[in-house]
Each structure stands twice: as C-alpha cells, then as structure tokens.
Design a protein around this ligand. Structure first.
Ligand code: SF4
Ligand code: SF4
Length: 326
C-alpha cells in the first residue's frame, strides 16, 4: 500500500491554525478525464484517450441532490468538461433549479473551436456560464511548451470569440484567466501578472478579460511525474513547504467546496480526487449518500500536496489571497 507523507497537520499545529469545513457554497463536479489536450502540468492526467466520463444517470442524481440544498455555485471541471456528451444537458438541468444557481465552466479555450463542438461558446453565453480559462502565458512559446503546439493560437482565437459574445465585457459574462508556472517554481505576484496579461493581450490581440488567477502547480498527476523524472520532486516540495503562509488557510477551496468525481463520489477537493483520497478514507461515499447538514465542520483530508495551496500568496482554485474569492 502507498504510504503518503503528510507534514501538513504538523505545520498547521505549529502555526496554531486549523482547517475545517464551513457551510458549502460550491459544488465542484469533475465530469471526467477526457480532454483534447495533454498538458505537461495536468494534475488529472487527462487526455483524448481517457474513457472516464460522467453518465446521464449520475448527472441526474447529482442534480436531484443539489435541488435539496441552497448551494449557490456549480463549478464544472475535467478534463475538458465540455467533451462529455451530456455537458449541455447538465447545464440545462442545473439552470432549471430554484433558487437559481450560478455555473462556472473551467475551459481550456481550444475546445471551443474543435469540430463537433459548434455553438458551444454561444451556448455558454446564452446560459450566463462564467468561464475560467487556462492561459499559462501571453507568449506563444510558453503556452505551446506547456500545452502543446498550436494551443496558444487556438486559445487566442477562442478568447476573441468569447469577447465577441460579450465575455469579459458584459457583467453577466465573466471571463477569468488562470496562470500556472511552466516549471518547478512558484507563480509571481498575481497583481503584477494580471496587469501584464491585460496590457499584452489588449495590445497584441485586442483581448479583454476580468481577473487573472495565479496558481501554483501541485506536485501530483502528470506534473508530479515530470518532477520525479527530472529529479526535482524533493526540491519543489521543499520550496512549497518553506513558502507556507498561514494566512492562506481561510481562503482554501476545500473549506467551502465539495468535490465530486465522475462516478458521483465525494472528496474535499479536485487534488484529493486525483489522489483517490475519498471521504471515509477510501470506502466509496457518493454524493447522494451524504446529508447536506452533515458537511459543515467536517475534518478535511490533507497530505503533503496541500503545501501547493498554501505557498506564498496561496493558490487553491481561487487565486492569490490578494484577489477576491470566486
Ligand atoms: S490541464 Fe486541463 S486542458 Fe490540459 S490536459 Fe489537463 S484537463 Fe486538459
Ligand atoms: S490540496 Fe489544497 S484544497 Fe485540497 S485539501 Fe489540500 S489544502 Fe485543501
């Protein structure tokens, strides 16, 4: 059995801080590992050949559960979440709920222009779906090195399409970008990087967007293998541990987010999901088996990878602490 190191609780104790769940505000659903890209930093090991995708039956069970709660935000991730056959059905079902829910799509941009996905951007705009899009750099060399040849050009074309539909301009169509480093280092200041992105994307391509989230790469999945192959895992881990910042704890996504896998199983976050750290220590717990009132105050399962969320200005999925939460 794989024994994972966990120096995180000791670090929390040393700083007299604790990590516990608050009332859930976000249901983050990872609909599967299918993706049109195979990025170097991917913590999901996603790709075009992955077969794990959410079925309509699972979607229905999730929406039924959600209907019994007042959780206001549904955050769809993957893989490329748009590639599952029932992506639009899922959004339609969530949109039909009362009280109304806000939907986020974590989009790799290039999928918006792939054949077989015609009208996808228009569909997202019609349903006021917020888009959080990966864009590791504004320079083609860096984007293509991390995500694959031609990805930068495709991303730029997709951003132009989104702007033409009002994304990044209309307050009902938020468009945020996500930066993550192309190697074993921490992201620079989010505020400065956002200003650089805004200036360069506007100047060279006429593109506008709302916010930039600068996220550290967690040493798991494909990025973990990359570090291991290059003998950088220990150094990167130490970098994260040395940069621990207790102020980041309150903003960690695992405090107010429930993470759901493609079969409906429950985790504290998408990173724990990729490490198979299911609630109940591995015995399957599905969302529909969880009573919503039992979530607040639950312990959060941690590991050494958690240092990736607490390094420097903090990462998780909400960006650095200087920025407002999603
Ligand atoms: S990082 Fe995102 S776009 Fe890239 S392979 Fe993973 S899921 Fe796909
Ligand atoms: S990886 Fe990050 S979000 Fe997940 S449990 Fe650890 S600190 Fe929380």
């Amino acid at each position: 059995m794989l024994v994972r190191m966990n120096r995180f609780p000791e670090k929390l104790a040393h700083h007299s801080v604790s990590l516990r769940r608050v009332r859930p505000e976000i249901l983050q659903v990872n609909v599967g590992k299918l993706c049109n890209l195979t990025c170097v930093h991917c913590h999901v090991n996603a790709g075009p050949k992955r077969k794990e995708i959410m079925s309509r039956e699972t979607i229905d069970r999730i929406v039924d559960w959600l209907a019994k709660t007042d959780i206001p935000i549904v955050d769809l991730t993957g893989g490329a979440p748009e590639m599952i056959p029932d992506f639009r059905y899922f959004i339609g079902q969530v949109k039909s709920l009362l009280p109304r829910r806000h939907i986020i799509d974590r989009c790799n941009l290039t999928i918006l222009l792939e054949s077989g996905h015609q009208g996808l951007a228009e569909f997202l705009a019609r349903n006021s779906v917020e888009i959080i899009a990966s864009m590791p750099c504004y320079s083609p060399e860096n984007v293509n090195a991390q995500r694959g040849e031609g990805v930068c050009e495709g991303s730029i074309a997709a951003l132009k399409l989104l702007n033409s539909l009002g994304y990044g301009i209309d307050p009902d169509l938020p468009l945020h970008l996500v930066y993550n480093p192309v190697g074993a280092f921490l992201p620079p200041s989010q505020t400065k990087l956002e200003a650089d992105y805004k200036r360069e994307l506007k100047l060279h391509f006429g593109i506008v967007f709302n916010k930039l989230y600068a996220l550290a790469n967690l040493p798991i999945g494909r990025f973990g293998s990359y570090l291991r192959r290059n003998n950088q895992l220990d150094d990167y881990m130490q970098l994260l541990i040395d940069a621990f910042n207790p102020v980041t704890i309150d903003g960690l996504m695992c405090r107010n987010t429930i993470s759901i896998g493609w079969r409906g199983e429950v985790y504290d976050c998408d990173f724990n999901q990729q490490l198979n750290m299911q609630w109940n220590n591995g015995a399957p717990v599905f969302l529909w088996d969880v009573h919503p009132d039992t979530i607040e105050g639950r312990d959060i399962m941690t590991g050494d990878h958690c240092f990736g969320c607490t390094a420097g200005a903090g990462s998780s999925c909400g960006g650095a602490i200087a920025q407002s939460r999603l």
